[in-house]
Design a protein around this ligand. Structure first.
Ligand SMILES: [Zn+2]
Length: 252
């Protein structure tokens, strides 16, 4: 197919994504790509070959124009936020400059963005029905770039994509027929119930470098080190730097 007539990308050159966290996710996805597919996928996006984006719950489906008469189907499914991240999210939401409701409407800080962001390894599953498998193939990448721009434009969708849909978040609006009562709602209790799940503290006995580099695991280790979400992000970054250095170490 010749392409075109699909979703128009905002980014005309270079990387996609304008938030630190959305860029981070696509960069992580790109690390699994060999050959020329990153360049080709960016080209595909700018030629509007991603034809459609539909989402339902934690799944997002795309049709991507490729080498065959019928477009390929790319699907992403994201893991629900785990209890450690849920706990961090609850704490971070309380410190949001625009308040909890502002954050839920998508007006949130990078701290919330990183907490909601599904790790590429461990919390992101993807598939494409093209012959180039296992991916990520250029269709998965192209779809991912459009998704990143969607997240940037509508950050509130991250809540639903991580399983924090109406069933959990809707409780905030409970009993708010008149808006005056809204600010009086105990958000923490409404959102998480009176018996929130406590995070499990990991024993620091990593099975291997791959496990350590897996973001949920590093975040869990960070959660064991400090309760401050921003501080946790720094711990994760330090751990990753350390593991990068460690991974390239060769005994003489
Ligand atoms: Zn494909």
């Amino acid at each position: 197919m010749s392409g075109g007539a699909g979703i128009r990308a905002r980014s005309r050159v270079g990387v996609f994504g304008r938030h630190l966290w959305s860029r981070r996710w696509s960069a992580d996805l790109e690390t699994g790509v060999i050959g020329d597919d990153i360049r080709l996928a960016r080209q595909d996006v700018r030629k509007e070959k991603v034809l459609s984006l539909n989402h339902s719950g934690r799944t997002v489906r795309f049709y991507v124009d490729g080498s065959r008469p019928r477009p390929f189907t790319v699907e992403f499914t994201f893991a629900p936020l785990d209890s450690t991240d849920s706990d961090s999210l609850r704490a971070a939401l309380r410190q949001e400059e625009n308040g909890v409701l502002g954050a839920l409407a998508g007006n949130y800080s990078d701290t919330i963005g990183f907490l909601l962001l599904p790790a590429v390894h461990g919390a992101t599953r993807y598939s494409c029905n093209c012959p180039v498998q296992p991916g990520p193939c250029r269709h998965v990448l192209a779809a991912a770039y459009i998704m990143v721009e969607w997240w940037d434009a509508s950050p509130e969708v991250l809540f639903e994509l991580r399983g924090l849909g109406a069933d959990r978040l809707g409780a905030i609006l409970r009993g708010t027929g008149d808006t005056a009562g809204m600010v009086e709602v105990d958000v923490e209790e409404s959102l998480w119930g009176t018996e929130p799940l406590l995070p499990t503290i990991p024993a620091p006995s990593p099975a291997g470098l791959e496990d350590l580099l897996d973001a949920p695991v590093t975040r869990r280790m960070a959660a064991a080190a400090t309760n401050d979400p921003l501080e946790q992000l720094r711990v994760v970054a330090d751990l990753e730097d350390f593991l990068d250095a460690f991974g390239s170490y060769r005994p003489r």
